[in-house]
Design a protein around this ligand. Structure first.
Ligand code: VG1
Ligand code: CO
Length: 562
């Protein structure tokens, strides 16, 4: 036996062939993860695939969103990590860390990487989803070459190593040592709140809230991981009343809901915002990396949200006053609202595939400050994950700043109107068809793909503007490491720049989810405040025609409309 005060057992195992990480980690039903050795195989594969210098002597951060099966998974990771020679694990108290908070800890502690235990916005509980994601030393999700390597390892695994150390108490802030192996249990919230304090203008926000006691804020944690973070920031730091936070106790099953901040699943917030005339309503998802911004008279589309934050960043937010605006980026389906801001601020705009992992290289190279996805993901180079509370506080900071500039209380609606008058408006909507039969979805997708360049280009739908100018399958070459990502979504682009995008989700755990994205640009002054669904109706009709969605799937209506 080595200097370790534990022995290592080698357990024989057989590979599972379905451990391919999707858009954001491996997500499956809890019942899949609890199959014999399923979790152990994947965790061992992560350690096997860890980039050089590998697992031995590394420091790894571990935490998750509090969903069902979290502590069991943490205990397994501890034993497998120790057996693989990991030097130190930094674990959130009770295993809890929001995704952005975990990204921050990796960076602050200069850890080798992190294991994030979450299925994000997917429902939790014994009959629902669990997930495991590996993040690298920059704090961001592992890039595709590493997730491919994890998958490769998982397909040929024949044994895993496990240390015979007892289950540890995750509930107390402490340091435990087993020979050379160390476990540090840290407070889940403090370091994140400190970081947020350093980024934003808290004195300005505080004086704004004091000056306008009638300005109503409501943050809904959707029973996910951000509850304690939200309580600390809104109630303790900013002194808002307790009534300005809701559903802020993390529950293992998220109270039986989808912890997904959108108009459908955050319905309770939508109703409360309306009923109580809330000026800034906000929600976050299960693991805390998404955000929704809404007021009683406006819903901020995520594609617009990131554009507004980018536009105000240097003017209003101390972090960017210091760092400047290095560049902007969005995922491909996200509207080009932010492209216009990039142009106005004379910085480069990057269009990357769906998934936060594609922003990391650009940030590490100093080419990117603010970025976002239409799927309620917004963030910046302060960490390497999208950050729900960051985006919400950014809005609060912008409202406080703009109110000071104008010498009166401004509304979210007025900020949006001002933005549209300056830049025009990219009307945007996404239709999700969830839990569609996989074969039907795949058939629809491949049929459409087959006729993309041949049949579709040149087809006209009633007007010259609505003639298809380009149709392709999006492909991305990373400007930094030159890696190529193919098959990232079907794009149908019209002569006037309008777009229909078709993708299949990579985060679901059963059946397929079809996503249809619509975008149309408008800059006529009297057409800026139209109803989104009305504005996009022609594109929606065209998409249903060319995809034959109903014929293939039997679905008449989407499950979720954003
Ligand atoms: C979805 C979103 C994507 C996001 C991903 C992870 O992926 O569309 O923009 O990055 O979820 O978000 P997909 O493949 O289902 O479209 V999270 O908050 O679930 O980690
Ligand atoms: Co999430």
């Amino acid at each position: 036996m080595s200097s370790n005060s534990f022995s290592v057992n080698v357990v024989k195992t057989k590979p599972y062939l379905d451990q391919k990480p999707g858009t954001s980690g491996l997500r499956k039903k809890v019942k899949v993860f609890t199959q014999e050795n399923y979790t152990e195989n994947f965790v061992q594969s992560i350690f096997d695939a860890m980039p050089s210098p590998g697992a031995k002597d590394s420091t790894v951060v571990v935490g998750g969103d509090g969903r069902y099966y979290l502590s069991e998974a943490v205990q397994k990771i501890i034993k497998i990590a120790a057996a693989n020679g990991v030097k130190k694990l930094i674990i959130g108290q009770n295993g809890i860390l929001s995704t952005p908070s975990l990204s921050n800890i990796i960076r602050k502690r200069k850890a080798s990487g992190g294991i994030v235990l979450t299925a994000s916005h997917n429902p939790g509980g014994i009959n629902y989803d669990f997930g495991i994601k590996y993040n690298v030393s920059n704090g961001g999700p592992a890039p595709e070459n590493i997730t491919d390597m994890i998958f490769t390892c998982s397909k040929s695994i024949s044994e895993y190593k496990v240390a015979d150390i007892p289950d540890v108490d995750l509930s107390k802030i402490s340091i435990m040592k087993f020979g050379d192996f160390e476990i540090e249990i840290i407070d889940s919230v403090i370091e994140y709140v400190t970081m947020i304090n350093e980024i934003f203008d808290f004195p300005l926000i505080k004086s704004f809230l004091q000056k306008h006691p009638d300005f109503k804020v409501l943050f809904d944690g959707l029973n996910g991981v951000t509850g304690p973070y939200g309580r600390s920031i809104f109630v303790e730091e900013l002194g808002l009343p307790k009534s300005s936070i809701d559903q802020c106790v993390p529950l293992a099953d998220f109270g039986g809901e989808h912890p997904d901040p959108n108009l459908t699943y955050a319905h309770k917030l939508v109703v409360n915002v309306e009923k109580n005339k809330i000026d800034l309503g906000a929600a976050s998802d299960g693991d805390g990396d998404r955000n929704m911004i809404i007021s009683h008279d406006w819903f901020v589309n995520p594609s617009d949200s990131v554009a507004v934050i980018a536009d105000y960043a240097v003017e209003a937010i101390p972090y960017f006053k210091k760092s400047g605006l290095k560049g902007l980026a969005r995922s491909m389906p996200t509207s080009a609202s932010i492209d216009r801001v990039a142009e106005a601020h004379k910085v480069q705009l990057f269009e990357v595939p769906t998934g936060w992992k594609f922003f990391g290289n650009l940030m590490d190279a100093g080419k990117l400050s603010v970025c976002g996805e239409e799927s309620f993901g917004t963030g910046s180079d302060h960490i390497r994950e999208k950050d729900g509370l960051w985006a919400i506080i950014a809005w609060l900071n912008i409202i406080a700043h703009e109110s000071l500039v104008q010498g009166k209380l401004v509304t979210i609606r007025s900020i949006m109107q001002k933005h549209f008058l300056k830049y025009g408006r990219n009307y945007f909507s996404r239709y999700d068809y969830e839990e569609v039969d996989s074969d039907a979805a795949n058939r629809m997708y491949s049929e459409l793909k087959a006729k993309m360049s041949s049949e579709l280009v040149g087809q006209s739908f009633g007007s010259e503007k609505l003639t298809i100018a380009k149709a392709d399958d999006f492909e991305y070459t990373d400007p930094i490491d030159k890696s190529v990502s193919k098959n990232q979504g079907l794009r149908i682009i019209f002569k006037d720049g309008s777009r229909i995008i078709v993708r299949l989700s990579g985060t679901g755990s059963s059946g397929a989810t079809i996503r249809l994205y619509y975008e149309m640009y408008e800059d006529r002054e009297d057409m800026l405040m139209m109803d989104t669904q009305e504005a996009l109706k022609p594109l929606i009709d065209i998409s249903l025609k060319i995809t034959k969605l109903e014929e293939h799937t039997g679905r008449k209506e989407p499950t979720v409309i954003t």
